[in-house]
Write a protein that binds this ligand. Structure first.
Ligand SMILES: NC(=O)c1ccc[n+]([C@@H]2O[C@H](COP(=O)([O-])OP(=O)(O)OC[C@H]3O[C@@H](n4cnc5c(N)ncnc54)[C@H](O)[C@@H]3O)[C@@H](O)[C@H]2O)c1
Ligand SMILES: O=P(O)(O)OC[C@H](O)CO
Length: 336
C-alpha cells in the first residue's frame, strides 16, 4: 500500500487527504494544533476547516512530523505559501530519501519570487524530477461534499506524474490529468488568486458580469504573458490549471480571494477584511511577489499592479478602475 504524509490540516489538505485515503492509500496528516489532529484521528471530523463533513475512519493525524513522515512514498505540502520555507527546513531531516514531494500550494514566495516547487527543491535539496504540483479548479468545500472535480498533476518526470495521478484518481469523484509543464501549472494557480481579488473588488463595488468577464479575460492575458517570459507552455493556460481555475476562483462565492476582494470593494478597510478572513487568501501576499516577478522579467501586468495598489498602497477601488480603463488603447493580442 502506498504511504502518504499530508502536511497541513486546512481545508484543502484535509480534502485531499480524504481523496487519497478513499483511493486506498495509507494517509497520515500532520497539523500544528493537537485539538485539530485529535478531532481528525479520533472523531473523523475537522470542525475548524470542514465542519459537518465526515472524514474516513482510516485517516490518521498527528502533531509529530517524524511519525507522519515514517515510510512515506509521497509527502504532500499544503501549508500557507509564505510559511513553507521555515516549516520544510524543520521537516526535511525526517523525509524518506526516495519520497516524492508534492505541492498543493498556490502562492509565490515574498522576497525571492520563487514558485513553491522551487522553494521545495532549494530547501529540501530534492531533485526536480521528484517534486510535483497539483493545481486546478478545486474549491475544497465542493470536493469535500463529494461533487466531481478535475485537477492537474505536474512533474517534469512524466512517470512520477503518472504515479501521483494513479494514487489520487478516485472515480467518479476526482479526476487528475498530467502535464509536464510545472512552471505553467504553478503560475496559473498563484496568479489567478490575484485576478480573483480584482474580480471580487469589482463585484463589491456593484459592478456586473461585463466587468468580471473583462477582468477574467485580460487576467488570463497577464498570466499568459508572465508564463511566456518564464518558459511555460502556452497550452497550459487554456487548461484546467489556467482558465479552469481562473473561472472557478473568480466566480465562486466559496473563493477566499474573491471574497477578500469583495469586502474591500464594499468599502471595508484592509484591517477589517483581514480580521474577517479566517482562512488563507494567498493572493493578498502573493500579489506583491507576482508583481515583483513580472517587473524582473519586464512583463506588463496592469491588473496585478492595481490589486497591489488597492490591497497594500491605499489606492481606492474607484481609482483602480479608472486607471485600468484609461490605459492607452491597444490591439487585443498586444504583448501576447
Ligand atoms: N481551500 C481550497 O479550496 C484550496 C484549493 C486548492 C489549493 N489551495 C491552496 O492550498 C494551500 C493551503 O490552503 P488551505 O485552503 O488548506 O488553507 P487553510 O487556511 O484552510 O489552512 C491552512 C493550514 O495551514 C496551517 N497553518 C497556518 N499557518 C501556518 C504556519 N505558519 N505553519 C504551519 N501551518 C500553518 C493552518 O493551521 C491550517 O491547518 C494554499 O496555498 C491554497 O491556495 C486551497
Ligand atoms: O478559496 P481560494 O480563493 O483560495 O481558491 C481555492 C482554490 O484555489 C480554487 O481552485
Amino acid at each position: 500500500m502506498t504511504k502518504v504524509a499530508v502536511f497541513g490540516t486546512g481545508s484543502w489538505g484535509t480534502t485531499f487527504a480524504m481523496i487519497l485515503t478513499e483511493a486506498g492509500n495509507e494517509v497520515t496528516m500532520w497539523g500544528r494544533r493537537a485539538e485539530v489532529t485529535e478531532a481528525i484521528d479520533r472523531d473523523h471530523v475537522n470542525p475548524d476547516y470542514l465542519p459537518g463533513i465526515p472524514l474516513p475512519a482510516a485517516l490518521r493525524a498527528t502533531t509529530d512530523p517524524e511519525r507522519a513522515l515514517a515510510g512515506a512514498d509521497f509527502v504532500v505540502l499544503t501549508v500557507p505559501a509564505q510559511s513553507l520555507r521555515p516549516n520544510l527546513a524543520a521537516w526535511r531531516a525526517h523525509i524518506p530519501s526516495g519520497a516524492v514531494l508534492v505541492s498543493l500550494m498556490k502562492g509565490i514566495e515574498l522576497g525571492t519570487t520563487k514558485r513553491m516547487s522551487e522553494v521545495i527543491h532549494e530547501v529540501a535539496e530534492w531533485p526536480q524530477e521528484r517534486v510535483a504540483v497539483v493545481s486546478g479548479p478545486n474549491l475544497a468545500r465542493e470536493i469535500a461534499q463529494r461533487q466531481p472535480a478535475a485537477t492537474v498533476v505536474a512533474c517534469t518526470d512524466e512517470q512520477v506524474a503518472a504515479r501521483l495521478q494513479a494514487i489520487c484518481h478516485l472515480p467518479p469523484w476526482f479526476r487528475p490529468y498530467t502535464n509536464p509543464d510545472v512552471i505553467g501549472v504553478e503560475l496559473g494557480g498563484a496568479v489567478k488568486n490575484v485576478i480573483a481579488l480584482a474580480v471580487g473588488v469589482s463585484a463589491g463595488m456593484g459592478m456586473g458580469d461585463n466587468v468580471s468577464a473583462m477582468l477574467i479575460t485580460r487576467g488570463l492575458a497577464e498570466i499568459s504573458r508572465l508564463g511566456a517570459a518564464l518558459g511555460a507552455d502556452a497550452h497550459t493556460f487554456a487548461g484546467l490549471a489556467g482558465m479552469g481555475d481562473l473561472v472557478a476562483t473568480c466566480t465562486s462565492p466559496l473563493s477566499r480571494n474573491r471574497t477578500f476582494g469583495e469586502n474591500l470593494g464594499r468599502g471595508m478597510t484592509l484591517a477589517e477584511v483581514v480580521a474577517a478572513t479566517k482562512q488563507t487568501a494567498e493572493g493578498v501576499k502573493s500579489c506583491e511577489s507576482v508583481l515583483e516577478l513580472a517587473r524582473k522579467h519586464d512583463v506588463e501586468m496592469p491588473i496585478t499592479e492595481v490589486v497591489v495598489g488597492v490591497v497594500h498602497d491605499g489606492m481606492s477601488p474607484a481609482e483602480a478602475g479608472t486607471l485600468l480603463m484609461s490605459r492607452s488603447p491597444k490591439p487585443e493580442r498586444y504583448g501576447l
